[in-house]
Design a protein around this ligand. Structure first.
Ligand SMILES: *[C@@H]1O[C@H](CO)[C@@H](O)[C@H](O)[C@H]1NC(C)=O
Ligand SMILES: *[C@@H]1O[C@H](CO)[C@@H](O)[C@H](O)[C@H]1NC(C)=O
Length: 407
């Protein structure tokens, strides 16, 4: 009887979510926008302008510097690639900046074991003023992307009305499906409706999108990271159940390697995005990134936690007057990730707690690892009092699993 119920539930869940089989774990890769924006000045800044050179050089780094093998496989174009439409209405890349075309870039990415993502906007224009996908162009553009062998589409929502979005996003989802090519679909729809019910129906969103932006664009500052985190935590009762295998909330790109975050803040963003089961899209210059930042982004245990097959988004489970917060993400095989996060701005803080206080089941024993230091945790009983020392704007992250006790 129990088995039957489980089977039925599994069927129901399948019917309710996008069935392209993609992104069973949060996508990982590189997205141009936060770091490179709409720099189109290739005459003066050929290394950093939005051009095929930039994407090929980042693809080379992803393939050669260990990123791809850890799961960072998407290389995603954002706004400012479009040159116009040809006589038949087909999208064309800017001929000067993408002289070999997008199909060439896709082949290049595929030859390196990577996947290519592209950007469009459901409206008259993209956010930066390039030709958009109006409702009558949705099918044509989906076919063009499939012909080019694109693997992911981010569909933005600038210059569109709520009504156009309500038609356009489901229409694009169906059009991508009709091409027969598996193309992951990243929707900005919720972000344009304020991210919350009743305007946003997350059941519907999960039906048509593999991931979606809920809230504001990230900017290169800690303040921006905190504002996004605050919003996600405030609305976690709504957002947390919306995520799962094949359908993810997206708090936006990782800033690690850029200019706005300290070392502690960089680790904190990595840890917090990981417990939120967020997509891990880097947006930094992989040609010049420091070894210290590579260590944060390539931490194998963090990646394993982010990619946990259960795909359960974590929650903030504890908040103290001393500006310490604790987040927990349940993982497969009874394991958990815990993030102890300090919003303090003074000195390292000694936080005292126990797993029992954090609502772990009674009389179990845990072991695991401090994710960033590698220190082994052993013999931790639920009632054991422990102390973690958390740096200002920093985190301590634990991976814990119950010890099998002999019965
Ligand atoms: C299209 O949708 C059907 C059913 O919803 C699914 O089985 C199929 O895999 C999808 N195809 C693509 C290419 O997304
Ligand atoms: C949300 O969308 C789902 C799927 O389309 C639908 O079944 C449900 O009725 C919608 N909920 C609301 C409150 O409109």
């Amino acid at each position: 009887m129990l088995e039957k119920t489980v089977l039925l539930l599994a069927l129901v869940t399948q019917v309710l979510t996008l069935e392209n089989g993609l992104l069973r774990t949060p996508p990982m890769g590189w997205l141009a926008w936060e770091r490179f924006r709409c720099n189109i000045d290739c005459d003066h800044d050929p290394k950093n302008c939005i051009s095929e050179r930039l994407f090929m050089e980042m693809a080379d780094r992803l393939a050669q510097d260990g990123w791809r093998d850890l799961g960072y496989v998407y290389i995603n174009i954002d706004d400012c690639w479009i040159g116009g439409r040809d006589a038949k209405g087909h999208l064309q890349p800017d001929p000067k900046r993408f002289p070999h075309g997008i199909a060439f870039l896709a082949d290049y990415a595929h030859s390196l074991g990577l996947k290519l993502g592209i950007y469009e906007d459901l409206g008259k224009m993209t956010c930066m003023g390039y030709p958009g996908t109006t409702l009558d162009k949705v099918e044509l553009d989906a076919e063009t992307f499939a012909e080019w062998k694109i693997d992911m589409l981010k569909l933005d929502g600038c210059f569109s009305t709520a009504k156009e979005r309500a038609h356009g996003y489901p229409k694009m989802s169906a059009a991508l499906n009709a091409t027969g090519r598996p193309i992951a679909f990243a929707c900005s729809w919720p972000a344009y409706e304020g991210g919350l019910p009743p305007k946003v129906n997350y059941t519907l969103i999960a039906n048509i999108c593999n991931l979606w932006r809920n809230y504001d664009d990230i900017q290169d500052s800690w303040k921006s990271v905190l504002s996004i985190l605050d919003w996600f935590v405030k609305h976690q009762d709504i957002l947390q159940p919306a995520a799962g295998p094949g359908h993810w909330n997206d708090p936006d790109m990782l800033l690690i390697g850029n200019f706005g975050l300290s070392f502690e803040e960089s680790r904190a963003q990595m840890a917090l995005w990981t417990v939120l089961a967020a997509p891990l899209f880097m947006s930094t210059d992989l040609r010049t990134i420091s070894p210290q930042n590579i260590d944060i982004l390539q931490n194998p245990l963090v990646i394993k936690i982010n990619q946990d097959p259960l795909g359960i988004q974590g929650r903030r489970i504890f908040k103290s007057k001393s500006q310490i917060e604790v987040f927990r993400r349940p993982l497969s095989n009874g394991a958990s990730a815990l993030v102890f996060f300090s919003r303090r701005t003074d000195i390292p803080y000694r936080f005292h707690s126990s797993l029992l206080e954090l609502n772990f089941p009674e009389s179990k024993e845990y072991e695991g690892q401090n994710v960033f230091t590698g220190d082994v945790i052993r013999g931790l009983k639920s009632e054991t009092n422990f102390t973690v020392i958390i740096n200002p704007s920093g985190v301590v992250m634990w991976y814990l699993y119950p010890v099998r006790t002999q019965e």
